[in-house]
Every structure is written in C-alpha cells, then in structure tokens.
Design a protein around this ligand. Structure first.
Ligand SMILES: [Zn+2]
Length: 305
C-alpha cells in the first residue's frame, strides 16, 4: 500500500497523465479513488455548530494566527511554496540545485525528526490518556520502533509535490522533488518528514488508531468539521509536524523571529485553491484545526512569544 500525502489531483496535468494517475491510484489505493471522484469545495472554517463550543476570542485568535502564518510566508525568504502553486510547476530533475539541496536537508534532519516525532507521540499519548493499559503502551512502543527504523529519504521526480511512504518499505520516505524544493527551510522539511514518520509509525497494524480518533474527535468538537478515519490520521500527522517543528525552534535558537520560524511548519497550506477531500481537510482548514488544537501556537504566532 502506498500512502500519498497530498493527493489533490494536479489541476493542470495533461488529460492522459491525469488518467494514468487516476488509474494508478485506483489500483494501488482504492480508498483514494473515491476521494478523487468526490472532490468537493471546502467549507468555511467553522459551522454554527462549533460557535456554541468555542469562545469568540478563541475563534478570532485562530483566524488572526492563521492569517499570520500566510503573511509570514510572503515576507520570509525561506517561506514555503503553497501546494497548489507547487502543483502548477513543471517537474524538477533529481539533480537540480534546489532538489539536491532539499534532499540533503531532509537527510540531515531525518535523525532529529525521528527523535522529535517519538517525543511528540509519547506526549500526545499522555495528553489524550492513551497510556493506561499494557496493550496501549505496547502499541506506542511498536510505533516508536517503526519511527526509529527509518533510514532514508528518496527524492523522486514523479512524486512531484507529494511525499509518500510504501508500507512494504517503511524505512524510506519518498519525497517529490518539487516538494523538496518548495520547502527551503529546516522547519518546513521537519514538518513534512514528521508527517510521513507518523504514517510509518501507524503502519499496517494501526498502532496509532486510538490517537488518531482522539485527535479527530477533539478537532471535530473545536471546529465543527467532520474529522474521522483518514482525515483524523492526516490531521494528526500534521499536528505532530507542527509540534516537532516547535520543539526544533526551541532547541535551535536563532536571530530569526519566533512567528516566522513557527509559521514555516504550516505555510505550504497557504493555498489560493482551498479544496479538501474525503481524506483531508482543506489546507487552510488544516491550519485552523491545528491552531485550535494548540492555542499556545496561535499566541506565539500573534504575540511573538
Ligand atoms: Zn499523509
């Protein structure tokens, strides 16, 4: 099974190529075909349902902070390219300067990302009270072992703006060259590496199923959006990406401003064409959901401390 992480069909693919992508996905990931057929416009961030549950101040903070993320992106020379922009770009050879630099960065940051993902998964398991039994602890241990076993990042032209993992080869993260080039900061790369590492941690045994469910339920409660099954998994992967990036920023002080560095974990979601699917919240709703789940990140983005 291949798990793609940005599976919105590139909008400007020639028809023949789009059909072969559809056929490939249909044969490899049946669940995703359904997604592609049912692509729908994203909803606004919040339904009236959630308005009863979240204070006006909290909602406003999330809106301001998510705008900050995308404003930082524009100002930042190392800002990430939004994924809809990446989709429109021509394929990038593996030996191009940007792809080589991205691949080197990803490989260099892989061991650190692994350690940060392990710490984040353990913390989330505690936060969501998932450490109470031997069975649950065993699943977390299995997840940790899978993260620690990853050895390689493979740049791939055909993956374009996607990153993916093959469950039959869980030691390698496949990283599209356009995606590598579109994330010119350590923080941007760490967030995506972490995302893929969480998929690997879950594996075919669903080691993290309860965590995904708990995060999805909490995010659904806060946003009013429907976040279960694969959507909950993808959101948890993105949440861990934001948490590991935040930890990295703490561990590596620099003269760059705190909001600028934190924003890089989320900037690839600053799209103009904000579409989600069955398996993913829309990119901008993903930013909002993470900020709802982690109010401290919102405050740091808005106040810079
Ligand atoms: Zn994913």
């Amino acid at each position: 099974m291949r798990l793609y992480c940005r599976h919105i069909v590139p909008l400007r693919l020639p028809l023949g190529m789009a059909l072969s992508v559809l056929l490939l996905v249909a044969t490899v990931v049946p669940r995703t075909t359904q997604v592609l057929a049912q692509k729908r416009p994203s909803r606004s961030a919040l339904t009236s349902h959630s308005r009863d549950r979240v204070s006006t101040e909290a909602r406003e903070m999330v809106e301001v902070a998510s705008e900050m993320v995308c404003n930082e992106r524009v100002r930042d020379p190392k800002g990430s390219v939004p994924i809809d922009d990446m989709q429109s770009r021509p394929s990038l050879p593996v030996d191009s300067t940007e792809a080589v630099a991205g691949a080197e960065r990803a490989l260099r940051l892989l061991p650190l990302s692994q350690r940060l993902v392990v710490a984040s998964l353990r913390q989330l398991a505690r936060d969501y009270n998932l450490t109470g039994s031997k069975g649950l602890n065993l699943k977390i241990q299995r997840a940790v072992a899978r993260v620690e076993a990853v050895r390689d990042v493979r740049p791939d032209v055909d993956s374009r703006d996607n990153a993916s993992v093959l469950m039959r080869n869980p030691r390698t993260i496949i990283f599209g060259t356009i995606f590598l080039a579109g994330l010119p900061s350590d923080e941007g790369i760490i967030s995506v590496l972490s995302h893929e590492l969480v998929h690997i941690a879950d594996g075919s045994q669903d080691n993290l199923k309860l965590l995904f469910r708990a995060v999805g339920n909490r995010a659904s409660f806060l946003t009013g959006l429907k976040i279960k099954d694969q959507r909950a998994e993808e959101l948890t992967c993105d949440l861990v990406g934001a948490l590991t990036t935040r930890s990295y920023v703490s561990a590596t002080p620099s003269y760059e401003a705190l909001p600028q560095r934190i924003a890089r974990a989320l900037e690839h979601n600053c799209v103009d064409t904000d579409e989600g699917d069955e398996d993913h919240l829309s990119p901008r709703d993903t930013i909002r959901a993470i900020l709802f789940l982690r109010p401290a990140l919102s405050r740091e983005l808005v106040y810079g401390r």
